[in-house]
Write a protein that binds this ligand. Structure first.
Ligand SMILES: Nc1ncnc2c1ncn2[C@@H]1O[C@H](COP(=O)(O)OP(=O)(O)OP(=O)(O)O)[C@@H](O)[C@H]1O
Ligand SMILES: [Mg+2]
Length: 233
């Protein structure tokens, strides 16, 4: 896949419609959402609880399928890929950060960060070296051997960010990455994401309900009534 940088979006979606139907109740959460994520850009998506932010992020990251519309990584339709190809695309080009870090307590911070590389078949020594460098970048040089449950909330999210960037992805998708942190630590995590974004030239798309944090990003969008619009102050 040619992934050379151009001005065209690195990740985009067109006319996404997402419905959930549990047999009793059907709810249409996204009603025609389109978004372009430019290479190296910073995007915040805000919206009330239940407005569909996580749904949209999961669809952008090929973790869920829309009822209508399409998602593109560069010029390739993600939805036309099979599951193995989608998993490969996620592993190689996308990074994810969640509200609850989803780190494995049986492994050290270093091993957790190395995991995506090991999964993609990288040699263990190389994976550990890259993981170590990613942990340096998030300011955790002194915590590499600790298990996640021996880290503070902010340190866990830094570890999760290191794991998301270890593959040098084109896009990092973060779902309420600071939702579980106090205001000061949350702000520090945002500053970290922004400095990494600038240094490593990855696009960052971050979902939050915190407008103060969203304002730190260069673009803000709002999900409301199933539609995505540029946020107007
Ligand atoms: N698997 C599912 N089955 C049925 N309904 C679902 C499912 N996943 C999400 N929903 C519903 O879709 C709506 C949007 O959910 P989503 O998780 O995308 O919202 P959100 O904006 O991320 O909310 P929050 O800020 O609380 O995380 C909610 O009403 C939710 O209950
Ligand atoms: Mg959510």
């Amino acid at each position: 896949m040619d992934t050379s940088i151009s001005n065209s979006p690195v990740l985009s979606c067109r006319n996404i419609v997402k419905r959930y139907d549990d047999g009793v109740d059907a709810v249409t959460v996204l009603r025609g959402v389109s978004l372009d994520i430019a290479p190296g850009s910073q995007i915040a998506i805000v919206g009330a609880s239940g407005s569909g932010k996580s749904s949209l992020l999961h669809i952008l990251g090929a973790l869920d399928t829309p009822n209508e519309g399409d998602v593109f990584f560069l010029d390739h339709s993600i939805l036309s890929l099979n599951r193995t190809q989608q998993a490969h695309l996620r592993n190689k080009y996308l990074g994810f950060v969640y509200q609850f870090h989803h780190l494995l307590n049986e492994f050290s911070a270093l091993e957790n960060v190395a995991m995506p590389l090991l999964i993609s078949g990288e040699k263990a020594a190389v994976a550990m070296e890259k993981a170590s460098s990613a942990l340096d970048k998030v300011g955790l040089s002194h915590r590499k051997k600790h298990a996640p449950n021996a880290l503070s909330g902010g340190e866990r999210q830094r570890t999760a960010i290191a794991r998301a960037i270890v593959n040098s992805p084109k896009v990092v998708l973060a779902d309420e990455p600071t939702g579980n942190l106090d205001a000061k630590t949350g702000e520090q995590v945002y500053e970290l994401m922004l400095s990494l974004q600038a240094d490593l030239n990855m696009a960052f798309a971050v979902v939050t309900h915190d407008l103060t944090l969203a304002k730190k990003m260069s673009h803000q969008y709002q999900l409301h009534d199933g539609m995505l619009q540029e946020y107007k102050y």
